[in-house]
Ligand binder design. Structure first.
Ligand code: PLP
Length: 430
């Protein structure tokens, strides 16, 4: 593994210019398939007896560079990129779990993930217990005989709770299940969950890693440390009917999981990333470190300013001393706490909606991690289908506004919010 620093790896890791025609930029290999030398060659590739490209649903040279680079930046042994962050989560869980299995998950997950676990996976016999992650012991308490994974977000979206990954990982280890960490909001530049005991790290590449809102993508990164032969995962120790009797743990050793994600997960679920999107994401990844630093600085400054505004009831940003996650943020995110800020306004649901509608620099849309500033009022949009109780547990109160603070000049962002605040009275009281 490279001994170079993050910024250098983000620009150079795993792109050998001598084998890619001398191209300084990573080239886009826009091809669905690869010509075999002969049938024996093809047979060796399919039997994993020789490495090589087969079909872009399984692997691709552009995607391969992105995969290796992201694995290097997170400290993993391998990675698989997927069509979206959601595809990364889904492919991971369907690779590991079977009907009858159980998940223990944090209750402050991204809305889409919450629905996958709460509504869709139960249709296939995979159930989840959601726990308050602020007490790591809750994971242990909720673990059952059939529990097979713990699932958390390092920095919850949109609750912005910083999780004690080390403490939760201890409970995962004592229960002999892998800890899966969605590290999307924190990014590998600010936090590497594997250092604190995560077994699998997931990102939506759509957010800060791509960084300018052009492409969807996801990644699954394997720490390569989990013992799949501990008796709980027959998928890895018994001959796989899905891959001509391959015993993953015997043949692929510590890479058993990430290999199965590729050769069965991508093959059967088909959520492959377009090489064109991989190229776009590589452009973003190159500047991740300086962008996320600026996102974090702008977000902290704006959060402090919001605290002083009379229309603002509360502000949540883990970099604020007033945040209940401040101590954990200093431990896990000392370099910066990313670009998402939430706050509540006097006037509740209606006033919050006015602000989301009236800002002009902040675009009203459902995304985070763009260079441009974004705003949303989740209770009236992304989280409208959740019950009051679910909204409360996911951290989405009626008055909550979520900002994804971009790279614009801070004074312009303040002016935009100020003029939106001035419209509250007129609209809500009418
Ligand atoms: C956006 C997001 C996802 C889903 O990613 P997509 O690329 O939109 O599918 C998952 N987790 C978190 C924390 C996210 O913010």
């Amino acid at each position: 593994m490279s001994t170079q620093q993050f910024a250098t790896n983000a620009l150079h890791a795993c792109h050998d210019v001598t084998t890619n025609g001398g191209t300084r930029a990573v080239p886009i290999y826009l091809t669905s398939s690869y010509v075999f030398k002969d049938s024996d060659h093809a047979a060796r590739l399919f039997a994993l007896a020789e490495p090589g490209f087969i079909y872009t649903r399984l692997n691709n040279p552009t995607n391969d560079i992105l995969e290796q680079r992201l694995a290097a930046l997170e400290g993993g042994i391998g990675a698989v990129v997927t069509a979206s962050g959601t595809a990364a989560i889904n492919t991971t869980l369907l690779t590991l779990l079977r009907s009858g299995d159980h998940i223990v998950a944090s209750n402050s997950l991204y809305g889409g993930t919450y629905n996958l676990l709460n509504v869709t996976l139960p249709r296939f016999g995979i159930t989840t217990t959601f726990v308050d992650p602020s007490n790591p012991e809750n994971f242990q308490k909720a673990a059952q005989e059939n529990t097979r994974v713990f699932f958390i977000e390092s920095l919850g979206n949109p609750k912005l709770d910083v999780l004690d990954i080390k403490a939760i990982s201890k409970h995962a280890k004592s229960h002999k299940v892998p800890l899966i960490v969605d590290n999307t909001v924190a990014t590998p530049s600010l936090l590497n969950p594997i250092q604190y005991g995560a077994d699998i790290v997931i990102h939506s590449l759509t957010k800060y890693i791509n960084g300018n809102g052009t492409s969807l993508g996801g990644v699954i990164i394997d720490a390569g440390k989990f013992d799949w032969a501990n008796g709980k995962f027959p998928e890895f120790t018994e001959p796989s009917a899905g891959y001509h009797g391959l015993v993953y743990h015997d043949v692929l050793k510590e890479a058993a999981f990430i290999a199965k994600v590729r050769i069965e997960g991508l093959r059967d679920h088909g959520a492959a990333l377009s090489p064109f999107n991989a190229f776009q994401i590589i452009q973003g990844l190159e500047t991740l470190e300086i962008r996320i630093k600026k996102h974090s600085e702008n977000a902290l400054a704006l959060a402090k300013w919001l605290q002083e505004q009379e229309q603002v009831k509360w502000v949540n940003y883990p970099g604020l001393k007033s945040s209940e996650y401040y101590e954990l943020a200093q431990q896990y995110l000392p370099k910066g706490q990313s670009g998402v800020v939430t706050f509540g306004v006097e006037g509740g649901f209606d006033a919050a909606k006015v602000i989301a509608d009236e800002t002009t620099i902040f675009s009203l849309l459902a995304n985070i991690g763009d260079t441009k500033s974004l705003i949303i009022h989740p209770a009236s949009t992304t989280h409208q289908q959740l019950s009051d109780e679910q909204q409360e547990s996911t951290g989405v109160t009626k008055d909550l506004i979520r900002l994804s603070v971009g790279l614009e000049d801070l004074e312009d962002l303040k002016s935009d919010l100020k003029q939106a605040f001035s419209k509250i009275g007129k609209k809500v009281l009418k």
